[in-house]
Design a protein around this ligand. Structure first.
Ligand code: 13P
Ligand code: ZN
Length: 276
């Protein structure tokens, strides 16, 4: 059995968490990541019969949604209350590999959470988002949540209408419309850690890989860690430019016509009804 600490997926996961921390997206224990592992990947590094601990899904982790599509699937996931700044230094404490148990009411811990920890309190939102994304893109593997500074700042000064929010972000950098043509969905402020916010996030995720949680942060989904990180990074860059310019009477803009040309050139399908 190979050493999981040397696996590419774990190393990339740690590097991603490190970058997120470095960029100020994950203060204290803010943010969480889950990565769907494929069975072969798991078998190379872990014995699927060796369950370290069974973690019940209860309390804020209660599963009162249909988790059936994920039964038997393994995830590398950040722990609740764990600091992103520590992930790379002590992955075996701050991260865990969990398999959704047969009855769908518990998780089998295969590796990690060595101090008795458990997955993020946002586990329901992550699982529901995985199910939603997999239903529209079978190659989706990653769900990522964080608190990027400028995206959050923009929530306080911009209306929370998702079309105008998306278009103002698209207008901030030429390549935004190409990177996230499916736009940014926006949820009003809701209580985090609950099934309600998970369901609302997952519903939005069917149409958009990015969902803003107003006055809280953002969710992103993608086929790999880089793609998902890049989506949030691009939104955050655009939000930064928005915050640097919106109250300074900008005199230039990127027009809908220009964005249509970009979408045609790069062959991406822009969200219906968003460009005039
Ligand atoms: P966890 O520490 O449970 O992952 O929560 C962090 C967070 O960002 C909640 O929204
Ligand atoms: Zn959060």
């Amino acid at each position: 059995m190979k050493n999981i600490l040397e696996s590419r997926f774990l190393q990339e996961f740690c590097l991603t968490a490190d970058n997120m921390y470095r960029l100020g997206w994950d203060e204290r224990n803010g943010g969480n990541i889950s990565l769907l592992l494929n069975d072969d990947e798991v078998k190379e590094y872990l014995d699927p019969r060796s369950v370290k601990r069974v973690i019940p899904l209860m309390g804020v982790h209660a599963v009162d949604f249909d988790i059936t599509p994920l039964i038997g699937k393994c995830f590398l996931v950040t722990g609740t209350g764990k600091y992103f700044k520590n992930v790379r230094r002590e992955p075996e404490i701050n991260l865990g590999v969990v398999r959704v148990g047969e009855g769908g009411k518990s998780l089998d811990l295969l590796w990690g959470f060595e101090d008795g920890g458990r997955p993020t309190s946002e586990f329901p939102a992550h699982m529901m988002s995985h199910i939603a994304r997999l239903s529209v893109d079978p190659e989706n593997r990653v769900v990522m949540h964080c608190h990027p500074t400028y995206t959050l700042a923009m929530n306080f000064v911009h209306e929370l209408d998702e079309k105008s929010f998306t278009k103002d972000l698209w207008r901030m950098c030429t390549e935004c419309v190409v990177v996230f043509p499916d736009g940014v969905a926006v949820l009003p402020w809701m209580l985090c850690g609950t099934t309600e916010i998970g369901k609302a996030t997952a519903e939005k995720m069917k149409e958009s890989r990015l969902v803003v949680w107003a006055m809280h942060g953002i969710y992103g989904a993608g086929r790999n860690l880089d793609e998902t990180f890049g989506l949030i990074e691009t939104v955050e860059k655009a939000a930064q430019i928005y915050m640097l310019t919106f109250d300074k009477k900008p005199v230039n803009t990127i027009t809908d016509q220009a964005m249509k040309q970009l979408a045609d050139l790069f062959g991406v399908k822009v969200k219906d009804g968003y460009l005039d």
